[in-house]
Design a protein around this ligand. Structure first.
Ligand code: GLP
Length: 262
């Protein structure tokens, strides 16, 4: 796990996009795992800007979204499919056949989830999974107590997640209680994971994810098992980290280890 602490949200996004861009240069048919929420918005803005400048081409890029609300069609303004269209897909040259999303209106949830896993596997697995984190430590929609070995499936949202989501809905009764989400093990299968968090709302979730015990009660802590998980956060979200100075030193001196080997 690498913890990268930056001054602010813009710098977090710059760092994440730098990593995505570098990987895309080496593999033009990059497979990206995508997240919704506020945290990755700046990443999508920057990827769109790279595309518009002619520096990045999405024609071979493939994407898999993390999750979706059950009961919302892709045209519903609060669906994650709608979010992705509005904030990213419509502004780049990604091919429709390369976009993969869980459907909130599927009639056969079990086969749909199994097929989603198969599609990820047929694509050769996810190269980079982008993640945000919920205030209760959830990743994707894997709420606390989700099995660390879970795969794509239906989940029931906790009251705290429902409350956090309520302001985006016009009517309280419309807020979904169920969702489909990649599982924790599905997420851990990605070759690289980039988790973004900014602001004081995420202080506790980040402290528990990075320095707490590995536990299903904090799904983010499962990232401790991943060899290439990058936790990219701002100073505010990092405030409760006990080894904050150490992470900063390691990052700032990351190239120096080679000097000792010369
Ligand atoms: C939702 C999404 C998560 C996201 C989380 C945090 O629960 N399912 O994927 O990480 O919200 O969202 P935000 O980045 O807006 O804080």
């Amino acid at each position: 796990m690498e913890v990268i602490i930056k001054e602010n949200y813009d710098q977090i996004c710059d760092e994440a996009v730098g990593l995505i861009y570098k990987n895309w240069q080496e593999k033009k048919d990059l497979v990206l795992g995508l997240a919704t929420g506020r945290s990755p918005l700046g990443v999508y803005e920057r990827l769109i800007a790279l595309y518009k400048k002619g520096k990045m081409d999405f024609s071979r890029v493939r994407t898999f979204n993390l999750d979706e609300y059950i009961g919302l069609s892709k045209d519903h303004p609060q669906s994650f499919a709608y979010y992705m269209e509005k904030n990213f897909f419509r502004s780049v040259n990604i091919r429709r056949v390369n976009i993969h999303q869980l459907s909130g209106t599927t009639k056969d949830i079990e086969s749909h989830c199994r097929e989603y896993e198969e599609k990820i596997s047929n694509a050769g697995g996810i190269d980079i999974q982008i993640l945000g984190i919920g205030r209760n430590g959830h990743i994707g929609f894997n709420e606390p107590s989700s099995s660390l070995a879970s795969r794509t499936r239906v989940k029931t949202l906790t009251q705290s997640t429902i409350d956090a989501n309520t302001p985006s809905f016009k009517n309280k009764t419309e807020v979904p209680r169920y969702c489909l989400t990649m599982g924790i093990e599905t997420i851990l299968d990605a070759r690289m994971i980039i988790l973004l968090a900014s602001g004081k709302e995420k202080i506790e979730a980040i402290a528990k994810t990075v320095e707490g015990p590995l536990t299903a009660s904090v799904p983010g802590s499962a990232l401790q098992l991943h060899r290439r998980a990058k936790i990219i956060i701002d100073h505010e979200a990092a405030r409760l980290l006990q080894r904050k100075d150490y992470y900063i030193w390691v990052y700032e001196n990351r190239d120096k280890v080679n000097d000792f080997l010369k």
